[in-house]
Design a protein around this ligand. Structure first.
Ligand SMILES: Nc1nc2c(ncn2[C@@H]2O[C@H](COP(=O)(O)OP(=O)(O)OP(=O)(O)O)[C@@H](O)[C@H]2O)c(=O)[nH]1
Ligand SMILES: [Zn+2]
Length: 200
């Protein structure tokens, strides 16, 4: 599970001490057998959860976009799974992102939109910032007629601690260009998202 984790690396040794400190703080016996590999596992998992710090998500678009004339309708990738962590409590928030744009010549592979979502989600986040960062990246690189990013998540900090509202969902959106200014583009977007849900 932690094959790629270097137990001899000075930074890792230092970080494992901190994880042990947290286990002690929780009231655990850090020397018990079941916890021997836990600090390394925790750090290895963190590397995965926070891989976004080691990339610029805009690169997924910058390195792959193509100039394609003729398609100027909505491109929507809906229900992209979002797994992020809230910067207030370091606990997960999870849900979906719907990402759309109307090309003005530049198009990109559909998976790249999901990679942009991941690149920003795999950091400590607040949902509003995540939503804006995804939209800004697409806007900046593809220079489309419009961008729409809608994120719907459940925040564990709200569901499983604190106010304890396990059924609550938070929706955030960032619309630009035609999606903002043209009611028919916005209506089409919401119909497409709704249509997908009713058939899914
Ligand atoms: N706007 C926004 N708030 C968030 C997000 N994630 C968590 N929060 C909120 O951040 C706030 C932090 O409030 P604090 O009063 O400082 O922390 P707290 O005492 O743990 O608050 P409670 O969760 O109410 O117990 C809470 O209201 C959370 O619901 C997010 O993505 N966006
Ligand atoms: Zn939180």
């Amino acid at each position: 599970m932690t094959e790629d984790f270097d137990l001899n690396d000075a930074k890792n040794i230092e970080a494992m001490k901190h994880v042990r400190g947290l286990l002690e703080y929780m009231g655990e016996d850090v020397d018990r057998e079941g916890l021997q590999e836990t600090p390394a596992r925790v750090l290895s998992a963190m590397t995965e959860h926070f891989s976004g710090y080691h990339e610029d998500p805009r690169d997924h678009l910058l390195k792959t976009f193509e100039e394609v004339e003729g398609y100027d309708e909505v491109v929507l990738v809906s229900d992209i799974d979002v797994h992020s962590h809230c910067e207030h409590h370091l606990v997960p928030f999870v849900g979906k992102a719907h990402v759309a744009y109307i090309p003005r010549g530049r198009v990109v592979g559909l998976s790249k939109l999901a990679r942009v979502v991941d690149g920003y989600a795999k950091r400590l986040q607040v949902q509003e910032k995540l939503t804006m960062q995804i939209a800004n990246a697409i806007e900046e690189v593809l220079e489309p007629e419009g961008v729409a990013v809608i994120v719907q998540c459940q925040h564990f900090c709200m569901c499983h601690r604190g106010v304890h509202k396990p059924n609550s969902w938070t929706t955030t959106s960032k619309l630009t260009g035609a999606f903002l200014n043209n009611p028919s583009s916005r209506l089409e977007l919401f119909q497409l998202i709704g249509m997908n849900k009713s058939t899914g």
